[in-house]
Ligand binder design. Structure first.
Ligand code: SF4
Ligand code: SF4
Length: 163
């Protein structure tokens, strides 16, 4: 324990010296300036326009780091199906297990990049409407697992109720 603490303090001190005193070249000037001006951009963890608002990610998060936030104006993402809420991740509670990503239906049902990823969502290749038109790729066991996480009408919607 004492060794661990010593290593942690040594690491923190070295990084502090690198960033603030520019003591060696491990930190680029660009990064150093961003750190010192508090302008390091936070990575994007949720792409609202790719989300169906099912809330599965919030249910599967082991640390309750995800809160579903109601949209002021729900969005019709397919005929008769509204997105009413979207997730927000509190990265101070996140342990980067990626359960949210792995259980998101967009990833687990359609095999596309999920709209949620604690380490940056990246850029999707398809629109949500295009993804929803794709055939289901998930095995029946996965659908059964999802049934425990998301509302039955959402399961039906994913199975082909959408237009
Ligand atoms: S990656 Fe973070 S937000 Fe996602 S399920 Fe794990 S702890 Fe929760
Ligand atoms: S599991 Fe995926 S689709 Fe469902 S609310 Fe979370 S991010 Fe959106």
């Amino acid at each position: 324990m004492i060794t661990f603490l010593r290593l942690m303090l040594q690491g923190a001190y070295r990084n502090f010296v690198r960033i603030v005193l520019k003591a060696d070249r491990a930190t680029s000037l660009e990064i150093r300036n961003k750190v010192l001006t508090l302008s390091v951009p936070a990575w994007e963890t949720v792409l609202d326009e790719m989300c169906i608002g099912c809330g599965g990610c919030a249910k599967v998060c082991p640390t309750q780091a995800i809160t579903m936030v109601k949209l002021e104006k729900p969005v019709e993402i397919a005929e008769g199906y509204m997105r009413e809420q979207v997730p927000r991740i509190d990265l101070t509670k996140c342990i980067f297990c990626l359960n949210c990503h792995d259980f998101c239906p967009i990833y687990s049902v359609f095999g596309e990049a999920a709209p949620i990823h604690a380490r940056d969502v990246g850029s999707p290749k398809l629109t949500l409407r295009e993804i929803l038109k794709k055939p289901i790729r998930a095995p029946p066991e996965k659908i059964e697992e999802l049934k425990k996480l998301i509302p039955p009408e959402t399961v039906e919607f994913l199975r082909g109720g959408k237009k």
